[in-house]
Design a protein around this ligand. Structure first.
Ligand code: NAD
Ligand code: USQ
Length: 390
């Protein structure tokens, strides 16, 4: 298939591009490079060093004989986006290309507005380009489990059957996100659902949990094919952060009471889930939602797992409870359904194994690259203006 990967230079997009290229698909990446620009501007870094997109694609060709083409461009640039989609005629578009962190979106007004503009307008443009130039294309859009928040009932896959005053309906599941970033994903979901209905577009919204890990079969081919591994307070996701903290003896940064419970997925399972979505497209006009995660943990459970694994490596690890910089429940009910992808054939990797065999090892190997000034959270949800340490 011809597949356009928007955001194909990012943490997930780059390994996904290689994964699908190796399966024989023709891959074109579109990426604005906003993620790399953030690091350059703020002196942040990935734990493992990563090559630029030109070098990555060159090494990929050298090692596998396969080509991955790329265009540097922004989804908000409609002439460029529509020309790309019209010219390439993708059968599927995998859309990773958004500002993807909650703390970034809560820094101040500018960052919140950028997040809305970049994500919501960018996705609107993708929808219009599909409608105008590529109606049969399947949009595979990365959403997030955080769209649902933490309701006191089970979280279903996108829709819920409701009985109200004696009448029944199947409605979009209620959304209670906890950052402007997560809200941008909710707005995207509504826009995509509406576009499917009025223009007969087909789309899969993948409500993905927190991703951990950095190794895939393809990144292991050569160190120059590595994907980024973020551990800082803005882009680092919680398990990746805890493993880096443990490697340098930095007390683990549990926010608040640590009862926050979330769904998690290994990066290798992300690759497979996207492939499953592409291989099994929805019908025309269908807006399909999959909950893309494999396991559920509280932050306290994660810190205990990392602490336990660290002891096996003779590392001494302390757990520290910080005042929570976010506004979120710290003790709540959480149970989410994830049967759609499992029914399509997903065979999960498990978190405990990845901590010891991959994450801790990588963190120890790259200890000298860790900047501990980037670890503690300085972005607070309640403050009007936050400052990033350099
Ligand atoms: P990332 O920031 O590493 O990658 C996103 C890429 O998209 C970057 O290379 C960035 O430059 C590019 N991009 C951003 N805005 C763009 C635009 N307007 N036009 C073109 N390119 C643009 O993020 P990631 O971790 O790879 O996440 C990919 C997607 O998956 C995001 O949509 C994110 O919300 C979603 N997701 C991520 C996680 C996670 O834990 N990493 C979990 C759930 C969902
Ligand atoms: N947390 C800590 N300590 C830390 C970092 C985080 O206790 O050092 C807590 C947070 O308070 C939160 C939980 O861990 O309760 C998850 O935080 P996170 O930063 O790992 O993940 P989150 O902000 O939810 O965002 C990440 C990705 C985002 C994706 C989302 C999936 O950055 O792109 O959408 O995971 S989900 O959580 O399902 O919404």
């Amino acid at each position: 298939m011809k597949i356009l990967i928007i955001g194909g230079d990012g943490y997930l997009g780059w390994p996904q591009a290689m994964y699908l290229s190796k399966k024989g698909h023709t891959i074109l990446i579109l990426d604005s490079l906003m993620r790399r620009e953030f690091d350059l501007k703020n002196n942040f870094n990935s734990l493992v060093s990563i090559e630029n997109v030109k070098e990555r694609t060159r090494v990929w060709k050298e090692k596998t004989g396969l080509e991955i083409h790329y265009i540097i461009g922004d989804t908000r640039d409609y002439p460029l986006l529509s020309k790309t989609i019209k010219g390439f005629q993708p059968e599927a578009i995998v859309h990773f290309g958004e500002q993807r962190t909650a703390p970034y979106s809560m820094i101040d007004r500018e960052h919140a507005v950028f997040t809305m503009d970049n994500n919501v307008i960018g996705t609107m443009n993708v929808l219009y380009a599909i409608k105008d130039f590529c109606q049969d294309c399947h949009l595979v859009k990365l959403g997030t489990m955080g769209e649902y928040g933490t309701p006191n009932i089970d979280i279903e896959e996108g829709y819920i059957e409701i009985e109200h005053k004696g009448r029944k309906d199947k409605l979009p599941y209620p959304k209670q996100p906890s950052s402007f970033y997560h809200l941008s994903k909710v707005h995207d979901s509504h826009n995509i659902m509406f576009a499917c209905k009025i223009w007969n577009i087909k789309a899969t919204d993948l409500n993905q949990g927190v991703v951990y890990g950095h190794e895939t079969e393809e990144t292991e081919i050569d160190p120059r094919l590595a994907t980024r591994f973020d551990y800082d307070q803005i882009y680092g996701t919680v398990l990746n952060r805890f493993c880096v903290q443990a490697a340098i003896g930095y007390p683990l940064t549990v926010y608040g009471k640590g009862g926050q419970t979330r769904s998690y997925i290994n990066i290798q399972d992300t690759m497979r889930c996207i492939e499953l979505a592409i291989e099994n497209p929805p019908h025309k006009a269908e807006f399909r939602v999959f909950n893309q995660f494999t396991e559920i943990f509280s932050i306290n459970q994660l810190s205990e797992i990392v602490s336990h694994c660290s002891q096996e490596l003779n590392l001494k690890v302390e757990i520290r409870h910080l005042d929570n910089p976010r506004v979120e429940s710290e003790k709540h009910y959480y149970n989410a359904v994830n049967t759609n992808l499992i029914n399509l054939g997903l065979k999960p990797h498990y978190l405990r194994n990845t901590v010891l065999t991959s994450l801790m090892k990588e963190a120890l190997r790259n200890k000298s690259r860790i900047n501990n000034k980037l670890i503690d959270p300085s972005v607070n949800w309640r403050k009007i203006k936050n400052i990033l340490p350099q």
